[in-house]
Design a protein around this ligand. Structure first.
Ligand code: ZN
Length: 574
């Protein structure tokens, strides 16, 4: 953890730009002053003049006069009017999946990427081969293209890809994760030909008037391509580990999450941590299919950081996504649902019985649960499982277990009240208001859509809600999440539920103090208080005072983990 990156960074930066306020530390104490230092303590914004860090921890929070007297030898950092906050704590994303994207060409459309047509896809993959010096015959992968965002309104096909990359097998994964496009060499390698029948539950798309595959493989037909891709990317895991941390650090995140981790990845993360390779903290949620095996594994130390890594609890997936119409609701969708004729409410991923058993097993061992649940009918099932397990085990319903409902996007007001009674907490996903808000209004009607990820209602009940990106589903960027929570503006400009708009302070609590609480880290992190870790983010502007629509343009200037600078924006970019 305590890698002195500052010196290396400083030397590197010296050749590029003058390092304006960082010098090599002469002392083990650093005093930050002359900026908006927001403690994130209490119910309203509190600012202090000075924060002092000593050997990785916060040793003083208060006024300049006292600090100067008490810490006269301290190294001083002039914030030059910038804003210092506790380092952002990621309430839910997928570190491992982000890491996989490091080995793929980014083919997302704006605002995530810059692809607007098939030409852009072709030039991006061609450039990737050249820039990364990829030999003929080696696989090239892309991710995130969305045909509905392309001028052509269709998928690219194998012939187009063959034209730019005839000598490499290429597979491009669609943004939905349910399909992808392969070129001729990739189809050949995976032995998909005109004679290959469609697998059950899948489709190999054909060139019209023939049996020849056109490159598009859907659902189960895509599995071999994805399996091959994951296997190849896994062999580069260690190489992408540092890049992935840099991406989190660049976004001001000092504690990242891997939101569903299998046993191999748990072992890999711990090995990286033990080798001193973590610059930030990493929290994993173990996958529920391994629950029994994990609970028997004496090597697994739950809820305890070991060299910056901890396994906090278990992740359960209880339904699908609202935009994919696979989230489970008590009332039907208002638009056509694939392979459903009437009363289409979506489906849960697990039966009530299975969910009940998982809760009993986890609660019996005091294992913290994080349950992916989007629709209100699924949330009813989660509440029922909680009640069942508490009764079976003869435990109080409001025991401090902090069961977290991940997404909780279409939670009802009565369910929020139950969360409060049972000490359960929601982790919301307000980025949906921007990315799919318009779609939710069509599919679910205004009443349900406008109550999505209701921070204002949760605040009224005193819940410790968080707000996440679910990266790779939407970009990690915490300032963007604050922007969506505060504005709730959709792609088309529609306000998705004005009454549920968060204040900027509430939106910041959702990625600092509340996020620490949901991970049982409130003694260590989340606010600027004496004794806590010196995990800070410095922003070029204050989210509490800029115009609400400008929040997304705020830049992370510097990220500090336990007193060490782990990211710094080049001066020329500030
Ligand atoms: Zn997730």
């Amino acid at each position: 953890m305590k890698i002195n990156k500052c010196l290396i960074l400083w030397v590197a930066l010296m050749f590029l730009t003058a390092c304006h306020h960082r010098t090599i530390k002469q002392s083990d104490t650093t005093l930050y002053y002359n900026g908006d230092i927001v403690t994130m303590q209490g119910d309203a914004p509190q600012m202090v003049e000075v924060i002092v860090e000593k050997r990785g921890k916060i040793t003083f929070v208060g006024d300049l006069k006292t600090a100067e007297k008490q810490f006269s030898q301290a190294h001083r950092v002039d914030l030059q009017g910038r804003t210092l906050l506790p380092g952002f704590i990621d309430p839910h994303s997928h570190f491992g999946m982000v890491s996989n994207t490091m080995g793929q060409v980014n083919l997302n459309s704006p605002p995530v990427g810059s692809v607007t047509g098939i030409e852009d896809i072709l030039s991006a993959i061609k450039a990737y081969k050249i820039n990364n010096d990829i030999a003929d015959g080696e696989w090239i992968f892309g991710w995130g293209y969305d045909e509905s965002q392309l001028q052509e309104q269709r998928h690219p096909n194998k012939r187009e890809i063959d034209q730019v990359l005839p000598n490499n097998p290429v597979y491009l994964q669609h943004t939905s994760g349910h399909m992808g496009v392969a070129n001729s060499m990739a189809l050949e390698r995976m032995q998909v030909t005109a004679d290959t029948p469609n697998p059950e539950g899948g489709n190999i798309d054909r060139i019209s008037g023939s049996n020849e595959p056109n490159g598009l493989v859907q659902e189960t037909a895509m599995y071999p391509f994805v399996g091959n891709m994951l296997q190849i990317l896994a062999s580069h895991q260690a190489q992408y580990f540092e890049q992935t941390q840099d991406y989190y650090a660049k976004n001001g995140v000092t504690t990242a999450q891997d939101g569903m981790t299998d046993r191999n990845a748990l072992a890999f993360f711990q090995s990286q941590a033990d080798a001193g390779k973590l610059k930030i903290d990493l929290v994993a949620l173990a996958g529920f299919s391994d629950l029994d095996e994990n609970l028997k594994d004496a090597e697994l130390k739950w809820k305890t950081y070991q060299n910056g890594f901890k396994v906090q609890g278990t992740k359960i997936i209880a339904d699908g996504s609202p935009q994919g119409k696979t989230a489970y609701f008590t009332n039907p969708y208002l638009t056509k649902v694939a392979s459903c004729d009437h009363d289409c409410k979506g489906l849960p991923s697990l039966s009530q019985g299975t969910l009940n058993d998982l809760f009993v097993t986890a609660y019996a061992q005091d294992n913290q649960l994080f349950i992916h649940a989007n629709g209100d009918a699924t949330i009813d099932m989660v509440i029922a499982a909680h009640e069942y397990a508490a009764e079976q085990l003869n435990q109080p319903l409001d025991k401090d277990r902090r069961t977290i409902v991940i997404h909780a996007q279409f939670v009802r007001p009565d369910q929020l009240k139950t969360f409060q009674e049972y000490n359960m907490e929601p982790s919301f996903f307000t980025n949906h208001a921007y990315f799919w808000g318009d779609v939710h209004v069509q599919n679910l009607g205004k009443q349900r859509a406008y109550f999505l990820s209701p921070i204002a209602a949760a605040e009224e009940l005193g819940l410790k809600y968080t707000d996440h990106s679910d990266d790779t589903v939407t970009p990690l960027d915490p300032m963007f999440s604050v922007w969506t929570a505060v504005n709730r503006v959709s792609r088309s400009g529609q306000v998705i539920g004005e009454q549920q708009r968060a204040t900027p302070f509430q939106a910041l609590k959702a990625i600092t103090s509340h996020a620490a609480y949901e991970l049982f880290d409130e003694e260590l992190k989340g606010t600027l208080a004496v004794g806590k870790l010196a995990d800070f983010v410095i922003l070029n502007q204050n989210p509490l005072t800029v115009g609400p629509m400008s929040i997304k343009d705020i830049k992370v200037v510097e990220t500090i983990k336990q007193g060490q600078t782990i990211y710094q924006l080049l001066e020329s970019a500030q």
